[in-house]
Design a protein around this ligand. Structure first.
Ligand code: FMN
Length: 365
């Protein structure tokens, strides 16, 4: 299916926004230049930091790209639970010879200022995670010609996104690396997350807008599978995290295929919101006790994570990774896009009836 979204690039391959440094301008530019859609992650950055990266990316490529924003979190407070967790982490601070952060040092990361910049100096695509903006935000982006995408993890969230005015949804399966983009973090629904194929089918039958599929995708054959299931494009994070252009920490990159780290789990240990990462000591020791308190827990552990990285200790870092992490390939980003496109074309050719080819693999473009 062709849409304003899929017309942005030649291939149905999107490099996921990855806050924390991985999806830097160099990575996004390499993906864009190879025919995919590159993304910048504005999460945790200041509005000016985001804008500097946009300008840098524009200097590296003239092709369309996306910018991803974290939605501010609603008021809530279980200050007592955060306090208990702070006490639990005191030993970590002593071990890494650092301080715990102030849990109340900010509920959003300059969302309004970022919106103002993006409307003033528009980019081709803006996506949102951790919630759905109000209609006036979608209207403002529509007026300046920016395509909008909302991350969803349930059919209900997809319906909210469509009703509110989003141009497309990014359907994120439970396999996905990093944070789940769930609109409201609700501990009562822990463990109820849908696998990507189930979710695509349910969202497809719920909304009419284009669907980008994300979660555990590492090979072109998997991209073919999600396109066949009804997605219009595939978004890959973990696969691009290990690329040389990615700004992820070297220990994080190495951990993806390190046999010490055999599996991933969803945890609130680092940020207070469920996120999938390689199971390490910090996750095992603190995951079961971490409260549902984002971004308070994120602020609390920020210094610890930096200190662990500085000490070269992957056991204390947030090693975000999707379920397919072991299939990571240490290829330059442009080359990875080419390999994925070739695998996709091969898978589509193998499954197409004789003489009937030409689904959107980009091979003919
Ligand atoms: C290190 C890392 C950071 C991420 N940061 C963001 C982010 O800032 N915004 C966002 O919408 N998604 C973020 N994600 C989730 C991705 O958008 C995507 O859903 C996920 O990477 C797909 O699963 P995969 O990693 O198995 O490919 C992140 C994922 C990873 C691995």
């Amino acid at each position: 299916m062709s849409s304003a979204l899929t017309d942005l690039c030649r291939l149905p391959i999107v490099q996921a926004p990855m806050a924390g440094g991985a999806s830097c301008p160099q990575l996004a530019a390499a993906v864009c230049e190879a025919g995919g859609l590159g993304f910048l992650a504005a999460g945790y950055k200041t509005a000016d930091g985001m804008y500097q990266e946009i300008k840098q990316l524009r200097g590296l490529t003239s092709r369309p790209f996306g910018v991803n924003l974290f939605m501010p979190q609603p008021e809530y407070a279980d200050a007592a639970a955060v306090d208990v967790y702070r006490n639990q982490l005191a030993g970590e601070a002593a071990w890494y010879e650092t301080q715990l952060g102030d849990p109340d040092s900010g509920r959003d990361d300059g969302y309004d200022a970022k919106l103002a910049i993006l409307v003033e100096d528009p980019v081709p695509l803006v996506s949102f995670t951790f919630g759905c903006p109000t209609r006036d935000v979608f209207d403002a982006f529509a007026r300046v010609g920016t395509i909008t995408v909302v991350t969803v993890t349930t059919p209900e969230e997809a319906q909210t996104a469509q009703w509110s005015g989003a141009d497309a949804v990014c359907v994120q399966g439970i396999e996905a690396g990093g944070h789940q983009g769930t609109h409201r973090d609700n501990p009562e629904t822990d463990g109820a997350g849908l696998g990507l194929l189930s979710l695509i089918a349910q969202v497809r039958e719920t909304v009419q807008i284009p669907v980008v599929a994300a979660g555990g995708l590492m090979r072109g054959s998997q991209i073919a599978a999600v396109l066949a299931a009804g997605a219009d494009a595939a978004q890959l994070g973990t696969a691009f995290l290990v690329c040389p252009e990615s700004g992820a920490n070297a220990l994080h990159k190495q951990a993806m295929t390190n046999p010490l780290f055999t599996r991933t789990e969803l945890t609130r240990a680092f940020s207070g919101r469920p996120a999938r990462g390689l199971v390490n000591r910090f996750m095992r020791e603190h995951g079961p006790y971490a409260p549902a308190a984002y971004p308070q827990v994120h602020h609390l552990t920020s210094g610890l994570r930096k200190a662990a990285a500085k000490a070269g200790d992957a056991q204390g870092m947030a090693l975000w990774a999707g379920q397919g992490h072991r299939m990571s390939r240490d290829l330059a980003a442009g080359q990875l896009v080419e390999v994925l496109a070739a695998e996709l074309a091969e898978a589509q050719a193998a499954s197409a009836p004789a003489g009937e080819q030409g689904t959107r693999s980009g091979g003919q473009a």
